[in-house]
Design a binder for this molecule. Structure first.
Ligand SMILES: [Zn+2]
Length: 148
């Protein structure tokens, strides 16, 4: 387990104890799966992944756990306008998204140079960034090929 994941878990447990909530086995399994993905995910995807390993975890449990992660500040919501609420690890590497207007495929990418330049630009303008979403919309390679 790397340090970031360990820190995230500690933050979550601190949040639970402050709220008087229990660190249940299910919550910890869901958190492990979420952190293990290392990219954004949405409830249905995470639920299917977990159900494959632990048949006793229900959809509603996964939903509530993700909401709890967001409330604890360890996950943040990402909305790409396709009706799915995605969650990514807060404070993790910044992700940007390519969204296909045709098939809806979402491709994530990381570019630390872009992220650094934007942070610097904001700082130089005396601006404190509180939220950010980079979403490039267009037609993906597969759809272009299909359309000839
Ligand atoms: Zn496409």
């Amino acid at each position: 387990m790397n340090q970031t994941k360990q820190k995230v878990k500690e933050q979550f447990h601190l949040f639970l104890s402050k709220k008087g909530l229990k660190a249940t086995l299910q919550r910890s399994l869901i958190l492990d799966a979420f952190l293990g993905l290392d990219r954004s995910t949405h409830i249905d995807e995470l639920y299917l992944l977990l159900r494959g390993r632990h048949s006793n975890i229900g959809h509603a449990t996964v939903y509530r756990a993700l909401r709890l992660f967001a409330a604890a500040g360890i996950a943040r919501e990402v909305n790409l306008g396709d009706g799915l609420t995605r969650y990514e690890v807060a404070g993790g590497k910044r992700r940007d998204y390519l969204v296909c207007n045709d098939c809806g495929t979402v491709t994530e990418f990381e570019n630390s140079t872009i992220a650094r330049h934007q942070a610097e630009l904001a700082r130089n303008l005396g601006f404190t960034v509180q939220s950010l979403k980079i979403e490039l919309r267009g037609i993906c390679g597969n759809c272009q090929e299909r359309q000839g």
